[in-house]
Design a protein around this ligand. Structure first.
Ligand SMILES: Cc1cc2nc3c(=O)[nH]c(=O)nc-3n(C[C@H](O)[C@H](O)[C@H](O)COP(=O)(O)OP(=O)(O)OC[C@H]3O[C@@H](n4cnc5c(N)ncnc54)[C@H](O)[C@@H]3O)c2cc1C
Length: 583
Protein backbone atom coordinates (compact mmCIF):
# COMPACT_ATOMS: atom_id res chain seq x y z
CA UNK A 1 0.00 0.00 0.00
CA UNK A 2 1.24 3.49 -0.88
CA UNK A 3 1.96 5.60 2.24
CA UNK A 4 3.14 9.19 2.28
CA UNK A 5 3.53 12.13 4.68
CA UNK A 6 0.68 14.53 4.24
CA UNK A 7 -0.19 17.48 6.44
CA UNK A 8 -3.61 18.80 7.12
CA UNK A 9 -3.39 22.63 7.09
CA UNK A 10 -5.84 25.47 7.26
CA UNK A 11 -5.17 28.01 4.52
CA UNK A 12 -5.69 31.32 6.33
CA UNK A 13 -6.15 33.19 3.05
CA UNK A 14 -9.01 31.09 1.79
CA UNK A 15 -10.10 29.65 5.14
CA UNK A 16 -10.23 26.20 3.57
CA UNK A 17 -8.67 22.96 4.70
CA UNK A 18 -5.90 21.68 2.50
CA UNK A 19 -3.78 18.56 2.41
CA UNK A 20 -0.16 19.33 1.60
CA UNK A 21 2.57 16.89 0.75
CA UNK A 22 5.72 17.81 2.66
CA UNK A 23 7.98 18.36 -0.32
CA UNK A 24 5.72 18.78 -3.32
CA UNK A 25 4.26 21.86 -4.96
CA UNK A 26 0.85 20.29 -4.98
CA UNK A 27 -2.01 20.38 -2.61
CA UNK A 28 -5.39 18.75 -2.30
CA UNK A 29 -8.28 20.96 -1.38
CA UNK A 30 -10.54 18.94 0.86
CA UNK A 31 -14.10 18.80 -0.35
CA UNK A 32 -15.31 16.28 2.20
CA UNK A 33 -13.77 13.64 4.39
CA UNK A 34 -14.68 11.28 7.15
CA UNK A 35 -11.29 10.31 8.47
CA UNK A 36 -8.14 12.45 8.60
CA UNK A 37 -5.35 11.17 10.83
CA UNK A 38 -2.79 13.89 11.61
CA UNK A 39 0.21 12.40 9.82
CA UNK A 40 1.22 9.36 7.81
CA UNK A 41 -2.25 8.94 6.41
CA UNK A 42 -3.16 6.19 4.05
CA UNK A 43 -3.29 7.74 0.62
CA UNK A 44 -5.90 5.35 -0.74
CA UNK A 45 -8.59 6.43 1.74
CA UNK A 46 -8.45 10.11 1.08
CA UNK A 47 -7.74 10.68 -2.57
CA UNK A 48 -11.31 9.90 -3.57
CA UNK A 49 -12.48 12.85 -1.48
CA UNK A 50 -10.01 15.41 -2.73
CA UNK A 51 -9.63 17.68 -5.69
CA UNK A 52 -6.11 17.98 -7.07
CA UNK A 53 -4.80 21.51 -7.68
CA UNK A 54 -1.41 23.06 -8.24
CA UNK A 55 -0.13 24.85 -5.14
CA UNK A 56 0.49 28.53 -5.92
CA UNK A 57 4.11 29.46 -5.24
CA UNK A 58 3.95 32.37 -2.87
CA UNK A 59 5.80 34.02 -0.05
CA UNK A 60 4.48 36.25 2.69
CA UNK A 61 6.43 39.41 3.58
CA UNK A 62 5.82 41.34 6.81
CA UNK A 63 6.81 44.88 5.89
CA UNK A 64 7.01 48.19 7.73
CA UNK A 65 6.67 50.94 5.13
CA UNK A 66 6.09 54.68 4.83
CA UNK A 67 2.53 55.56 3.80
CA UNK A 68 3.60 56.79 0.37
CA UNK A 69 4.68 53.24 -0.49
CA UNK A 70 2.09 51.24 1.48
CA UNK A 71 -0.90 53.17 0.05
CA UNK A 72 0.42 53.68 -3.49
CA UNK A 73 0.00 50.62 -5.73
CA UNK A 74 2.79 51.56 -8.19
CA UNK A 75 5.30 52.42 -5.48
CA UNK A 76 4.45 49.24 -3.61
CA UNK A 77 4.94 47.11 -6.70
CA UNK A 78 8.35 48.71 -7.34
CA UNK A 79 9.32 48.11 -3.73
CA UNK A 80 8.36 44.42 -3.93
CA UNK A 81 10.17 44.00 -7.24
CA UNK A 82 13.40 45.30 -5.77
CA UNK A 83 12.91 43.20 -2.64
CA UNK A 84 12.26 39.90 -4.39
CA UNK A 85 14.74 40.38 -7.27
CA UNK A 86 12.68 38.11 -9.54
CA UNK A 87 13.91 38.14 -13.12
CA UNK A 88 10.54 38.91 -14.71
CA UNK A 89 8.65 41.44 -12.59
CA UNK A 90 5.62 41.13 -14.90
CA UNK A 91 5.09 37.65 -13.45
CA UNK A 92 4.67 39.03 -9.93
CA UNK A 93 1.20 39.37 -8.40
CA UNK A 94 0.51 40.82 -4.98
CA UNK A 95 -2.14 40.24 -2.41
CA UNK A 96 -2.37 42.38 0.73
CA UNK A 97 -3.20 40.36 3.82
CA UNK A 98 -3.14 42.86 6.68
CA UNK A 99 -2.60 46.61 6.89
CA UNK A 100 -2.46 48.88 9.91
CA UNK A 101 -1.14 52.36 10.66
CA UNK A 102 1.34 52.69 13.53
CA UNK A 103 1.45 56.34 14.64
CA UNK A 104 3.20 55.77 17.98
CA UNK A 105 6.61 56.98 16.91
CA UNK A 106 7.58 60.37 15.43
CA UNK A 107 7.57 58.85 11.96
CA UNK A 108 4.22 57.27 11.06
CA UNK A 109 4.66 53.73 9.69
CA UNK A 110 2.36 51.30 7.98
CA UNK A 111 2.58 47.62 8.87
CA UNK A 112 1.79 45.60 5.78
CA UNK A 113 1.66 41.83 5.43
CA UNK A 114 1.70 41.00 1.77
CA UNK A 115 1.73 37.75 -0.18
CA UNK A 116 3.82 37.72 -3.33
CA UNK A 117 3.00 35.20 -6.10
CA UNK A 118 5.49 34.54 -8.86
CA UNK A 119 4.37 33.09 -12.17
CA UNK A 120 1.20 31.80 -10.53
CA UNK A 121 -2.39 32.93 -10.32
CA UNK A 122 -3.36 34.41 -6.98
CA UNK A 123 -5.20 31.81 -4.89
CA UNK A 124 -8.92 32.61 -4.44
CA UNK A 125 -9.58 35.38 -1.95
CA UNK A 126 -13.05 34.43 -0.82
CA UNK A 127 -14.04 31.07 0.54
CA UNK A 128 -17.63 32.34 0.69
CA UNK A 129 -19.64 31.87 -2.51
CA UNK A 130 -22.84 33.78 -3.24
CA UNK A 131 -24.84 30.72 -4.21
CA UNK A 132 -28.20 30.71 -2.47
CA UNK A 133 -30.73 27.91 -2.99
CA UNK A 134 -34.37 28.68 -3.78
CA UNK A 135 -36.49 28.57 -0.66
CA UNK A 136 -39.77 30.00 -2.00
CA UNK A 137 -41.78 26.93 -1.00
CA UNK A 138 -39.92 26.17 2.22
CA UNK A 139 -41.17 26.71 5.82
CA UNK A 140 -41.14 30.36 6.91
CA UNK A 141 -39.03 32.16 9.51
CA UNK A 142 -40.37 35.60 10.47
CA UNK A 143 -37.72 38.29 10.92
CA UNK A 144 -38.66 41.69 12.31
CA UNK A 145 -36.24 44.42 11.18
CA UNK A 146 -34.02 44.75 8.09
CA UNK A 147 -30.91 46.01 9.87
CA UNK A 148 -27.65 44.03 9.74
CA UNK A 149 -29.01 41.50 12.26
CA UNK A 150 -32.24 40.91 10.30
CA UNK A 151 -30.61 40.79 6.85
CA UNK A 152 -27.89 38.36 7.90
CA UNK A 153 -30.44 36.22 9.75
CA UNK A 154 -32.45 36.09 6.50
CA UNK A 155 -29.45 35.04 4.40
CA UNK A 156 -28.53 32.33 6.91
CA UNK A 157 -32.13 31.02 6.87
CA UNK A 158 -31.82 30.66 3.10
CA UNK A 159 -28.52 28.79 3.41
CA UNK A 160 -30.21 26.43 5.85
CA UNK A 161 -33.19 25.86 3.54
CA UNK A 162 -35.85 28.11 5.13
CA UNK A 163 -37.81 31.01 3.70
CA UNK A 164 -37.27 34.32 5.50
CA UNK A 165 -40.02 36.94 5.62
CA UNK A 166 -38.40 40.21 6.67
CA UNK A 167 -40.67 42.98 8.00
CA UNK A 168 -39.30 46.52 7.82
CA UNK A 169 -41.25 49.54 9.05
CA UNK A 170 -39.10 51.89 6.97
CA UNK A 171 -38.51 52.34 3.26
CA UNK A 172 -36.06 50.81 0.81
CA UNK A 173 -32.62 52.30 0.94
CA UNK A 174 -33.04 54.76 -1.96
CA UNK A 175 -36.48 56.12 -1.03
CA UNK A 176 -35.27 56.50 2.55
CA UNK A 177 -32.78 59.12 1.39
CA UNK A 178 -35.57 61.68 0.88
CA UNK A 179 -36.62 61.41 4.51
CA UNK A 180 -33.04 62.00 5.62
CA UNK A 181 -32.92 65.14 3.48
CA UNK A 182 -36.16 66.30 5.14
CA UNK A 183 -34.63 65.93 8.62
CA UNK A 184 -31.50 67.83 7.66
CA UNK A 185 -33.08 70.60 5.60
CA UNK A 186 -36.67 70.95 6.83
CA UNK A 187 -36.31 69.69 10.43
CA UNK A 188 -39.02 67.07 9.78
CA UNK A 189 -38.54 63.68 11.48
CA UNK A 190 -40.57 60.84 9.96
CA UNK A 191 -41.05 58.31 12.79
CA UNK A 192 -40.97 55.40 10.30
CA UNK A 193 -38.08 56.50 8.10
CA UNK A 194 -34.99 58.22 9.47
CA UNK A 195 -31.31 57.60 10.30
CA UNK A 196 -32.29 54.55 12.42
CA UNK A 197 -35.31 53.11 10.59
CA UNK A 198 -35.39 51.81 7.02
CA UNK A 199 -33.61 49.24 4.88
CA UNK A 200 -30.19 48.35 6.26
CA UNK A 201 -31.18 49.67 9.70
CA UNK A 202 -29.13 52.15 11.68
CA UNK A 203 -25.97 51.00 9.92
CA UNK A 204 -26.88 52.16 6.42
CA UNK A 205 -26.24 55.88 6.68
CA UNK A 206 -23.30 55.51 9.00
CA UNK A 207 -19.55 55.41 8.92
CA UNK A 208 -19.74 51.73 8.09
CA UNK A 209 -16.95 50.95 10.51
CA UNK A 210 -16.66 47.19 10.55
CA UNK A 211 -14.38 46.88 13.50
CA UNK A 212 -15.72 44.84 16.38
CA UNK A 213 -14.14 43.90 19.66
CA UNK A 214 -16.30 40.80 19.72
CA UNK A 215 -14.19 37.68 19.28
CA UNK A 216 -16.45 34.96 20.51
CA UNK A 217 -19.60 35.51 18.60
CA UNK A 218 -19.06 33.80 15.30
CA UNK A 219 -16.83 34.35 12.41
CA UNK A 220 -16.02 38.00 11.67
CA UNK A 221 -14.17 37.01 8.52
CA UNK A 222 -17.28 35.24 7.24
CA UNK A 223 -19.39 38.41 7.65
CA UNK A 224 -16.75 40.51 5.89
CA UNK A 225 -16.55 37.98 3.05
CA UNK A 226 -20.33 38.06 2.60
CA UNK A 227 -20.10 41.85 2.38
CA UNK A 228 -17.32 41.59 -0.21
CA UNK A 229 -19.35 39.04 -2.19
CA UNK A 230 -22.16 41.64 -2.23
CA UNK A 231 -19.97 44.47 -3.50
CA UNK A 232 -17.85 45.80 -0.62
CA UNK A 233 -14.20 46.48 -1.47
CA UNK A 234 -11.93 43.57 -0.59
CA UNK A 235 -9.78 46.03 1.39
CA UNK A 236 -12.15 45.40 4.32
CA UNK A 237 -10.52 41.97 4.57
CA UNK A 238 -7.12 43.62 4.92
CA UNK A 239 -7.40 46.76 7.04
CA UNK A 240 -7.05 46.42 10.81
CA UNK A 241 -9.93 48.91 11.22
CA UNK A 242 -12.02 48.38 8.11
CA UNK A 243 -14.81 50.71 7.07
CA UNK A 244 -17.10 51.05 4.07
CA UNK A 245 -18.42 54.62 4.10
CA UNK A 246 -21.93 55.99 3.92
CA UNK A 247 -21.76 56.56 0.15
CA UNK A 248 -21.12 52.85 -0.53
CA UNK A 249 -23.42 51.26 2.02
CA UNK A 250 -26.78 51.77 0.24
CA UNK A 251 -25.70 49.78 -2.84
CA UNK A 252 -24.32 47.03 -0.65
CA UNK A 253 -27.52 46.85 1.39
CA UNK A 254 -29.67 46.61 -1.73
CA UNK A 255 -27.44 43.77 -2.99
CA UNK A 256 -28.09 41.88 0.25
CA UNK A 257 -31.83 42.39 -0.29
CA UNK A 258 -31.54 41.16 -3.90
CA UNK A 259 -29.95 37.93 -2.68
CA UNK A 260 -32.89 37.38 -0.32
CA UNK A 261 -35.49 38.11 -3.02
CA UNK A 262 -33.72 36.07 -5.72
CA UNK A 263 -33.72 33.06 -3.42
CA UNK A 264 -37.48 33.34 -2.89
CA UNK A 265 -37.46 35.16 0.46
CA UNK A 266 -39.59 38.25 1.13
CA UNK A 267 -38.60 41.73 2.30
CA UNK A 268 -41.69 43.79 3.14
CA UNK A 269 -41.06 47.54 3.38
CA UNK A 270 -43.46 50.02 5.04
CA UNK A 271 -44.60 47.05 7.11
CA UNK A 272 -44.51 47.74 10.82
CA UNK A 273 -44.96 44.88 13.25
CA UNK A 274 -47.36 46.11 15.91
CA UNK A 275 -48.27 43.05 17.94
CA UNK A 276 -47.40 39.48 18.85
CA UNK A 277 -49.87 36.71 19.48
CA UNK A 278 -48.69 34.66 22.43
CA UNK A 279 -50.70 31.61 23.49
CA UNK A 280 -49.63 29.46 26.43
CA UNK A 281 -46.17 31.00 26.50
CA UNK A 282 -45.55 30.36 22.80
CA UNK A 283 -45.30 33.05 20.10
CA UNK A 284 -47.86 31.97 17.50
CA UNK A 285 -48.17 34.91 15.10
CA UNK A 286 -47.05 38.40 14.21
CA UNK A 287 -49.49 41.23 13.40
CA UNK A 288 -48.59 44.14 11.18
CA UNK A 289 -49.98 47.66 11.13
CA UNK A 290 -51.84 47.04 7.88
CA UNK A 291 -53.98 44.43 9.65
CA UNK A 292 -52.25 41.30 8.36
CA UNK A 293 -51.20 38.23 10.38
CA UNK A 294 -48.16 36.10 9.61
CA UNK A 295 -47.07 32.72 10.97
CA UNK A 296 -43.81 30.80 10.77
CA UNK A 297 -41.69 28.32 12.68
CA UNK A 298 -40.40 31.16 14.86
CA UNK A 299 -39.68 34.89 15.10
CA UNK A 300 -36.31 36.67 15.10
CA UNK A 301 -36.80 40.06 16.74
CA UNK A 302 -34.12 42.38 15.34
CA UNK A 303 -35.70 45.82 15.68
CA UNK A 304 -32.67 47.79 16.91
CA UNK A 305 -32.15 50.06 19.90
CA UNK A 306 -34.62 52.76 18.85
CA UNK A 307 -37.85 50.77 18.38
CA UNK A 308 -39.48 52.03 21.55
CA UNK A 309 -42.93 50.90 20.42
CA UNK A 310 -41.64 47.32 20.26
CA UNK A 311 -40.42 47.53 23.87
CA UNK A 312 -43.84 48.93 24.91
CA UNK A 313 -45.54 46.11 22.99
CA UNK A 314 -43.42 43.44 24.69
CA UNK A 315 -44.26 44.93 28.10
CA UNK A 316 -47.96 45.04 27.18
CA UNK A 317 -47.86 41.36 26.20
CA UNK A 318 -46.06 40.53 29.45
CA UNK A 319 -43.02 39.23 27.54
CA UNK A 320 -40.11 39.59 29.96
CA UNK A 321 -37.77 42.55 29.32
CA UNK A 322 -35.23 44.28 31.59
CA UNK A 323 -33.81 47.80 31.95
CA UNK A 324 -30.24 47.84 30.63
CA UNK A 325 -27.24 50.12 31.26
CA UNK A 326 -26.10 52.20 28.28
CA UNK A 327 -24.00 55.35 27.81
CA UNK A 328 -24.99 58.99 27.48
CA UNK A 329 -23.20 62.20 26.56
CA UNK A 330 -22.41 64.42 23.59
CA UNK A 331 -20.70 64.34 20.20
CA UNK A 332 -17.54 66.36 19.93
CA UNK A 333 -16.37 67.98 16.72
CA UNK A 334 -12.80 69.10 15.93
CA UNK A 335 -11.18 70.04 12.65
CA UNK A 336 -9.72 66.84 11.17
CA UNK A 337 -6.44 68.68 10.59
CA UNK A 338 -6.14 69.30 14.33
CA UNK A 339 -6.61 65.60 15.12
CA UNK A 340 -4.13 64.69 12.36
CA UNK A 341 -1.52 67.06 13.74
CA UNK A 342 -1.91 65.46 17.19
CA UNK A 343 -2.03 61.84 16.04
CA UNK A 344 0.43 61.97 13.15
CA UNK A 345 2.72 64.63 14.69
CA UNK A 346 2.54 66.61 11.45
CA UNK A 347 2.83 70.36 10.96
CA UNK A 348 -0.46 72.24 10.38
CA UNK A 349 -2.32 68.96 10.19
CA UNK A 350 -0.94 68.16 6.75
CA UNK A 351 -0.95 64.36 6.70
CA UNK A 352 0.10 64.21 3.07
CA UNK A 353 -1.56 62.42 0.19
CA UNK A 354 -1.59 58.88 1.46
CA UNK A 355 -2.29 58.55 5.17
CA UNK A 356 -5.97 58.02 6.05
CA UNK A 357 -7.74 60.59 8.25
CA UNK A 358 -6.57 59.79 11.77
CA UNK A 359 -8.78 58.59 14.58
CA UNK A 360 -8.51 58.24 18.33
CA UNK A 361 -9.93 56.16 21.16
CA UNK A 362 -10.01 57.65 24.64
CA UNK A 363 -11.16 56.17 27.91
CA UNK A 364 -10.90 57.06 31.58
CA UNK A 365 -12.71 56.62 34.89
CA UNK A 366 -14.17 59.64 36.70
CA UNK A 367 -15.67 59.65 40.21
CA UNK A 368 -18.82 61.60 41.10
CA UNK A 369 -20.03 61.57 44.71
CA UNK A 370 -17.56 58.76 45.35
CA UNK A 371 -18.72 56.51 42.46
CA UNK A 372 -16.37 55.96 39.53
CA UNK A 373 -17.79 55.51 36.06
CA UNK A 374 -16.31 55.19 32.59
CA UNK A 375 -16.01 58.18 30.28
CA UNK A 376 -15.06 57.19 26.76
CA UNK A 377 -15.03 58.09 23.10
CA UNK A 378 -17.60 56.20 21.05
CA UNK A 379 -18.05 55.57 17.34
CA UNK A 380 -15.35 57.99 16.23
CA UNK A 381 -15.82 59.26 12.67
CA UNK A 382 -12.67 60.73 11.10
CA UNK A 383 -13.38 63.01 8.14
CA UNK A 384 -17.10 62.73 8.84
CA UNK A 385 -20.37 64.49 9.64
CA UNK A 386 -22.65 64.74 12.63
CA UNK A 387 -26.18 63.64 11.78
CA UNK A 388 -29.59 64.08 13.42
CA UNK A 389 -30.60 60.56 14.47
CA UNK A 390 -33.87 61.13 16.31
CA UNK A 391 -36.68 58.68 15.56
CA UNK A 392 -39.57 60.95 16.55
CA UNK A 393 -40.34 64.67 16.48
CA UNK A 394 -39.70 66.47 19.78
CA UNK A 395 -36.38 64.81 20.55
CA UNK A 396 -32.73 65.48 19.66
CA UNK A 397 -30.29 62.64 19.13
CA UNK A 398 -26.91 63.02 17.40
CA UNK A 399 -24.62 60.42 15.86
CA UNK A 400 -21.80 60.39 13.33
CA UNK A 401 -21.06 59.06 9.87
CA UNK A 402 -18.40 59.45 7.23
CA UNK A 403 -17.95 58.80 3.53
CA UNK A 404 -15.59 56.09 2.26
CA UNK A 405 -12.80 58.61 1.61
CA UNK A 406 -13.26 60.22 5.01
CA UNK A 407 -12.51 63.51 3.40
CA UNK A 408 -14.72 65.98 5.27
CA UNK A 409 -12.70 68.62 7.10
CA UNK A 410 -14.34 67.60 10.39
CA UNK A 411 -13.62 64.82 12.84
CA UNK A 412 -16.32 63.80 15.29
CA UNK A 413 -16.75 61.30 18.07
CA UNK A 414 -19.27 60.42 20.72
CA UNK A 415 -18.03 61.31 24.23
CA UNK A 416 -20.15 59.40 26.65
CA UNK A 417 -20.48 58.29 30.25
CA UNK A 418 -21.70 54.86 31.37
CA UNK A 419 -25.13 55.04 32.97
CA UNK A 420 -26.80 52.44 35.15
CA UNK A 421 -29.64 51.98 37.63
CA UNK A 422 -28.22 54.65 39.95
CA UNK A 423 -28.78 57.24 37.20
CA UNK A 424 -32.42 56.42 36.45
CA UNK A 425 -33.69 56.16 40.04
CA UNK A 426 -36.22 58.90 39.31
CA UNK A 427 -37.79 56.64 36.68
CA UNK A 428 -37.78 53.41 38.64
CA UNK A 429 -41.58 53.20 38.66
CA UNK A 430 -41.38 52.44 34.95
CA UNK A 431 -39.75 49.12 35.87
CA UNK A 432 -38.14 47.48 32.82
CA UNK A 433 -38.69 50.70 30.86
CA UNK A 434 -36.95 52.96 33.42
CA UNK A 435 -33.71 53.36 31.43
CA UNK A 436 -35.69 54.01 28.24
CA UNK A 437 -37.79 56.74 29.92
CA UNK A 438 -34.65 58.33 31.36
CA UNK A 439 -33.05 58.33 27.87
CA UNK A 440 -36.23 59.77 26.33
CA UNK A 441 -36.47 62.59 28.88
CA UNK A 442 -32.88 63.71 28.17
CA UNK A 443 -33.54 63.73 24.41
CA UNK A 444 -36.77 65.71 24.84
CA UNK A 445 -35.07 68.18 27.15
CA UNK A 446 -32.33 68.73 24.54
CA UNK A 447 -35.01 69.40 21.93
CA UNK A 448 -36.85 71.90 24.13
CA UNK A 449 -33.65 73.75 24.93
CA UNK A 450 -32.64 73.76 21.27
CA UNK A 451 -35.94 75.40 20.37
CA UNK A 452 -38.20 72.45 19.50
CA UNK A 453 -36.76 71.61 16.06
CA UNK A 454 -33.67 69.60 15.12
CA UNK A 455 -31.41 72.55 16.02
CA UNK A 456 -29.07 70.98 18.58
CA UNK A 457 -27.72 72.49 21.81
CA UNK A 458 -23.97 73.09 21.68
CA UNK A 459 -21.06 74.65 23.57
CA UNK A 460 -17.39 75.17 22.83
CA UNK A 461 -15.29 72.51 24.55
CA UNK A 462 -13.13 74.71 26.76
CA UNK A 463 -16.10 76.93 27.63
CA UNK A 464 -17.92 73.79 28.79
CA UNK A 465 -14.99 72.76 30.97
CA UNK A 466 -14.77 76.33 32.37
CA UNK A 467 -18.57 76.55 32.92
CA UNK A 468 -18.87 79.51 30.54
CA UNK A 469 -21.59 80.13 27.93
CA UNK A 470 -20.04 80.32 24.45
CA UNK A 471 -20.46 83.75 22.84
CA UNK A 472 -20.34 82.17 19.43
CA UNK A 473 -20.13 78.68 17.98
CA UNK A 474 -17.85 77.19 15.33
CA UNK A 475 -18.62 76.04 11.82
CA UNK A 476 -20.17 72.57 11.97
CA UNK A 477 -21.02 69.56 9.81
CA UNK A 478 -24.38 69.22 11.63
CA UNK A 479 -26.81 70.47 8.99
CA UNK A 480 -29.94 71.43 11.01
CA UNK A 481 -27.89 74.01 12.96
CA UNK A 482 -26.69 74.66 16.52
CA UNK A 483 -27.77 76.83 19.45
CA UNK A 484 -25.29 78.02 22.06
CA UNK A 485 -26.39 76.87 25.52
CA UNK A 486 -24.90 75.76 28.84
CA UNK A 487 -24.72 71.97 28.47
CA UNK A 488 -25.31 71.81 32.23
CA UNK A 489 -28.96 72.48 31.43
CA UNK A 490 -29.16 69.74 28.82
CA UNK A 491 -27.55 66.77 30.56
CA UNK A 492 -27.97 65.35 34.09
CA UNK A 493 -25.39 66.63 36.61
CA UNK A 494 -23.44 63.32 36.98
CA UNK A 495 -22.93 63.18 33.21
CA UNK A 496 -21.86 66.84 33.01
CA UNK A 497 -19.38 66.47 35.88
CA UNK A 498 -17.81 63.31 34.52
CA UNK A 499 -17.54 64.68 30.98
CA UNK A 500 -15.88 67.85 32.29
CA UNK A 501 -13.28 65.92 34.27
CA UNK A 502 -12.87 63.39 31.46
CA UNK A 503 -12.13 66.15 28.93
CA UNK A 504 -9.36 67.50 31.20
CA UNK A 505 -7.76 64.05 31.35
CA UNK A 506 -8.08 63.57 27.59
CA UNK A 507 -6.48 66.98 27.08
CA UNK A 508 -3.48 65.72 29.02
CA UNK A 509 -3.28 62.54 26.97
CA UNK A 510 -3.64 64.26 23.58
CA UNK A 511 -1.96 67.68 23.65
CA UNK A 512 -4.17 70.18 21.83
CA UNK A 513 -7.35 68.09 22.12
CA UNK A 514 -8.90 70.25 24.88
CA UNK A 515 -9.57 73.47 23.00
CA UNK A 516 -12.15 76.08 22.14
CA UNK A 517 -11.51 75.12 18.50
CA UNK A 518 -13.78 72.17 19.22
CA UNK A 519 -17.42 72.09 20.25
CA UNK A 520 -19.73 69.59 21.92
CA UNK A 521 -23.16 68.90 20.51
CA UNK A 522 -25.96 67.13 22.39
CA UNK A 523 -27.16 64.58 22.90
CA UNK A 524 -25.46 61.28 22.12
CA UNK A 525 -27.95 58.92 23.72
CA UNK A 526 -28.48 55.94 21.39
CA UNK A 527 -25.19 54.26 22.14
CA UNK A 528 -26.84 50.93 22.87
CA UNK A 529 -30.26 49.66 23.84
CA UNK A 530 -31.76 50.84 27.16
CA UNK A 531 -33.66 47.53 27.30
CA UNK A 532 -32.57 43.91 27.24
CA UNK A 533 -34.86 41.18 25.92
CA UNK A 534 -33.41 38.26 27.87
CA UNK A 535 -32.61 35.00 26.10
CA UNK A 536 -31.11 31.67 27.03
CA UNK A 537 -27.31 31.70 26.66
CA UNK A 538 -27.20 28.38 24.84
CA UNK A 539 -30.43 28.18 22.85
CA UNK A 540 -30.75 31.97 22.24
CA UNK A 541 -34.52 31.59 22.69
CA UNK A 542 -36.32 34.10 24.92
CA UNK A 543 -36.04 32.88 28.52
CA UNK A 544 -39.82 32.47 28.82
CA UNK A 545 -41.60 32.95 25.50
CA UNK A 546 -41.07 30.03 23.12
CA UNK A 547 -40.25 30.57 19.42
CA UNK A 548 -39.09 34.14 20.11
CA UNK A 549 -35.41 34.88 19.33
CA UNK A 550 -34.34 38.34 20.60
CA UNK A 551 -31.53 39.43 18.28
CA UNK A 552 -28.99 42.17 17.58
CA UNK A 553 -28.50 45.54 19.19
CA UNK A 554 -32.11 46.18 20.23
CA UNK A 555 -32.28 43.05 22.31
CA UNK A 556 -28.94 43.92 23.93
CA UNK A 557 -26.74 41.33 22.19
CA UNK A 558 -24.73 43.40 19.71
CA UNK A 559 -23.14 46.81 19.40
CA UNK A 560 -22.31 47.58 15.81
CA UNK A 561 -22.82 46.37 12.27
CA UNK A 562 -20.60 43.28 12.35
CA UNK A 563 -21.63 42.03 15.78
CA UNK A 564 -25.31 42.52 14.85
CA UNK A 565 -24.79 40.58 11.60
CA UNK A 566 -23.07 37.74 13.48
CA UNK A 567 -25.86 37.67 16.02
CA UNK A 568 -28.42 37.48 13.20
CA UNK A 569 -26.70 34.41 11.80
CA UNK A 570 -26.51 32.75 15.20
CA UNK A 571 -30.20 33.37 15.94
CA UNK A 572 -31.22 31.90 12.58
CA UNK A 573 -29.11 28.80 13.26
CA UNK A 574 -30.46 28.43 16.80
CA UNK A 575 -34.10 28.82 15.77
CA UNK A 576 -33.81 26.39 12.88
CA UNK A 577 -31.90 23.81 14.90
CA UNK A 578 -34.75 23.75 17.44
CA UNK A 579 -37.90 24.29 15.39
CA UNK A 580 -36.81 23.44 11.86
CA UNK A 581 -36.09 19.78 12.41
CA UNK A 582 -39.49 18.24 11.65
CA UNK A 583 -40.59 20.72 9.02
C1 LIG B 1 -25.65 57.40 12.39
C2 LIG B 1 -25.15 56.06 12.89
C3 LIG B 1 -23.84 55.69 12.63
C4 LIG B 1 -23.37 54.43 13.02
N1 LIG B 1 -22.10 54.07 12.68
C5 LIG B 1 -21.71 52.80 12.89
C6 LIG B 1 -20.46 52.34 12.39
O1 LIG B 1 -19.73 53.07 11.73
N2 LIG B 1 -20.10 51.06 12.66
C7 LIG B 1 -20.89 50.22 13.37
O2 LIG B 1 -20.51 49.06 13.57
N3 LIG B 1 -22.06 50.63 13.86
C8 LIG B 1 -22.50 51.88 13.62
N4 LIG B 1 -23.71 52.30 14.09
C9 LIG B 1 -24.48 51.35 14.89
C10 LIG B 1 -25.07 50.27 13.99
O3 LIG B 1 -25.76 50.87 12.96
C11 LIG B 1 -25.97 49.35 14.80
O4 LIG B 1 -25.20 48.78 15.83
C12 LIG B 1 -26.53 48.23 13.96
O5 LIG B 1 -27.20 48.74 12.84
C13 LIG B 1 -27.48 47.38 14.78
O6 LIG B 1 -28.05 46.42 13.95
P1 LIG B 1 -29.46 45.76 14.24
O7 LIG B 1 -29.79 44.99 13.03
O8 LIG B 1 -29.42 45.07 15.55
O9 LIG B 1 -30.50 46.97 14.41
P2 LIG B 1 -30.82 48.19 13.46
O10 LIG B 1 -29.74 48.44 12.50
O11 LIG B 1 -31.24 49.29 14.34
O12 LIG B 1 -32.06 47.67 12.60
C14 LIG B 1 -33.34 47.52 13.14
C15 LIG B 1 -34.35 47.62 12.02
O13 LIG B 1 -35.62 47.23 12.53
C16 LIG B 1 -36.61 48.06 11.97
N5 LIG B 1 -37.78 48.08 12.86
C17 LIG B 1 -37.87 48.64 14.09
N6 LIG B 1 -39.10 48.43 14.60
C18 LIG B 1 -39.78 47.73 13.68
C19 LIG B 1 -41.11 47.23 13.65
N7 LIG B 1 -41.96 47.42 14.65
N8 LIG B 1 -41.52 46.56 12.54
C20 LIG B 1 -40.67 46.38 11.50
N9 LIG B 1 -39.40 46.84 11.49
C21 LIG B 1 -38.97 47.50 12.57
C22 LIG B 1 -35.93 49.42 11.88
O14 LIG B 1 -36.57 50.23 10.95
C23 LIG B 1 -34.52 49.04 11.48
O15 LIG B 1 -34.35 49.04 10.10
C24 LIG B 1 -24.22 53.55 13.73
C25 LIG B 1 -25.53 53.94 14.03
C26 LIG B 1 -26.01 55.17 13.61
C27 LIG B 1 -27.42 55.57 13.93
Amino acid sequence: MLRTNIFLVKNLNTNSLECRHHNANWYFKIVSFFFIPPINITFVYNLTFCVLKPLPVSKIYNLVLPAEIAYNEDALFKHITSLTKFENPEKISLRKLRRSVDARGKQVKVNLDIEVFYNEPIAPLLSFKKDYQNVASKPQVLIVGAGPAGLFAALRCIELGFKPIVFERGKDVRTRRRDLAAINKDQIVNPESNYCFGEGGAGTYSDGKLYTRSKKRGDIRRILEILVAHGAKDEILVDAHPHIGTNKLPTLVSELRESILNAGGDVLFDTKVTDFEVINGELKAVHTEDGKTFTGIGVILATGHSARDIFYMLERNKILIEAKPFALGVRIEHQQSLIDSIQYHCENGDRGLYLPASSYALVTQVPYKGVEKGVFSFCMCPGGFIVPSATAPGEIVVNGMSPSRRDSKFSNSGMVVSVDESDWQQYKDFGALAALEYQKSVEQNACNIGGGTQVAPAQKMLDFVNKKLSNSLLETSYQPGLKSVMMDEVLPAPIVHRLREGFKMFGNKMKGYLTNDAQIIGVESRTSSPVRVPRDKETLEHVITKRLYPCGEGAGYAGGIVSAAMDGERCAEALISKYGVNC
